[in-house]
Design a protein around this ligand. Structure first.
Ligand SMILES: [Fe+2]
Ligand SMILES: [Fe+2]
Length: 258
């Protein structure tokens, strides 16, 4: 449908931050279990993104955008299938008791993050701005994944394949945004970028809050609780052992309830 872009054009897609994090990404992807989990998660994100694009094609009044959204939705559906199939073939050789990696939620999801979007309430320009920012981010991340994946040529090939589609998505969304909103496309893009940044901050902040909560509860359990246990034990040691005689004024016949 669309001619694949030459590989050299996908080389400068990654942002400096993603390039800086390349060793972290390499470490994450090198582990087979983590790779399976990430691929499954990507598969889900891409398929969800495809569904949101179908909804966007339904609600837009622009015939050209409708056609492009439908092509885009089919691409995302295909990406989801590619990720899931690769995860399934890796899973066949993985141990059954693989545990999810606890740091998974810290780093932004590698896909498009369209799940945060209420498609029905977006106008054409805000939708295109959000899509462009999300596609650019996905292309940047996928370019780094492809580059660090020398140890798994099959998965690397999938990222390389998908990257070509992401470049098309990134470019058409910007071209269409300029077409539908020639005056206000820059503010729309900045709004989409800031909204994405805010969501990234919330994601990191909630993960950090989880870690801080765990540290505080652990300190309470091992430092504060033993102190209370020691005080209770000391008070208990001062109590006389066995039956205690009741004072005569309290030791009357049980003729009434109190
Ligand atoms: Fe995709
Ligand atoms: Fe995409």
């Amino acid at each position: 449908m669309f001619a694949p872009a030459p590989q050299r054009r996908t080389h400068n897609l990654s942002t400096p931050i993603d390039r800086m994090l390349a060793p972290v990404h390499r470490w994450i992807w090198r582990n087979r279990e983590r790779r399976v989990q990430k691929l499954l998660r990507f598969g889900e994100t891409e398929t969800d993104g495809g569904r949101d694009l179908l909804r966007a094609a339904e609600v837009t009044a622009d015939p050209l955008l409708r056609r492009l959204y439908l092509v885009h939705a089919a691409d995302e559906q295909r990406h989801g299938q590619l990720f899931r199939r690769r995860a399934a073939s890796l899973l066949r050789g993985a141990p059954a008791d693989a545990q999810p990696w606890p740091g998974e939620g810290w780093i932004a999801p590698g896909g498009h993050g369209l799940d945060d979007l209420d498609v029905g309430s977006e106008s054409d320009d805000t939708m295109l701005a959000f899509l462009h920012v999300a596609e650019r981010s996905a292309a940047s991340r996928f370019a780094v994944y492809r580059d660090v994946m020398q140890f798994d040529p099959a998965t690397r090939g999938i990222f390389d394949d998908i990257l070509r589609d992401e470049m098309f998505h990134m470019n058409y969304t910007l071209t269409q945004l300029v077409r539908v909103s020639p005056e206000r496309h820059r503010p729309r893009l900045w709004r989409a970028r800031l909204s994405r940044l805010w969501k990234a901050y919330l994601r990191v902040a909630s993960a950090l809050a989880g870690v801080i909560g765990t540290v505080f509860l652990t300190v309470q359990y091992f430092v504060v609780l033993p102190l209370f246990a020691w005080l209770a034990k000391r008070t208990g040691a001062r109590e006389p052992i066995g039956w205690i005689a009741i004072a005569p004024e309290r030791n009357q016949a049980t003729s009434r309830e109190y």
